[in-house]
Write a protein that binds this ligand. Structure first.
Ligand code: FMN
Length: 171
């Protein structure tokens, strides 16, 4: 039996939602992460930044763009306990400007992925996984990286059966 970790970043607050703006009490990626956990079990860990991003969508867009341009590594509050002991890692994030939020780079660059299996999932409003799978390949050297799952953010609440089937098949 493989030991599974589901690690994700997800931002609550105002977000782009099917052509408009909506205030999200639960992030889209968080919903998908919870469906994965329900389907295949494992431990779950939410990444959070020391400096919160703005709850305003338009301000957050600018903050994220500045971080991407600067190739920043924003500090995160905590790291998953005993990360080294997991052999299968689902990695989830929203698509921000075509890749993962920079805080995921902060997290992932800390570890040696040799021999681990990485299974990415990404919520977005139309750009799919963007370049995130390429970036994951660069960071998670030595890992087997399975095909990722892209879910439209505004459909995340109704994605449980799709997510569960993909998660089970990916193991
Ligand atoms: C800073 C920022 C940048 C975004 N950039 C993109 C993008 O480039 N392409 C896209 O399809 N969606 C983009 N989105 C929309 C999010 O990917 C989408 O709303 C996602 O489901 C949010 O997930 P979360 O609620 O887990 O944070 C962006 C949203 C934010 C806040």
């Amino acid at each position: 039996m493989s030991k599974i970790l589901i690690v994700y970043y997800s931002r609550k607050g105002e977000n782009y939602w099917n052509g408009g703006l909506k205030n999200l009490e639960k992030g889209n990626t968080e919903r998908v992460a919870e469906f994965i956990r329900k389907a295949v079990g494992g431990d779950i860990f939410e990444v959070d930044t020391v400096k919160p991003y703005s709850e305003s969508y338009n301000t957050c867009i600018e903050e994220a763009k500045a971080e991407l341009r600067a190739n920043a590594r924003p500090e995160i509050k905590a790291y998953p306990p005993d990360f080294e002991s997991y052999d299968t890692i689902f990695i989830g994030y929203p698509n921000w400007w075509g890749t993962m939020p920079m805080c995921m780079f902060t997290l992932l660059e800390k570890y040696d992925f040799t021999g681990k299996t990485v299974i990415p999932f990404c919520t977005n409003e139309g750009s799919g996984m963007g370049g995130s799978e390429r970036d994951l390949k660069n960071i998670c050297r030595g890992a087997t990286i399975k095909a990722g799952l892209s879910i439209r953010g505004y459909k995340s609440a109704e994605s449980e059966s799709t997510v569960a089937a993909w998660a089970k098949k990916s193991l």
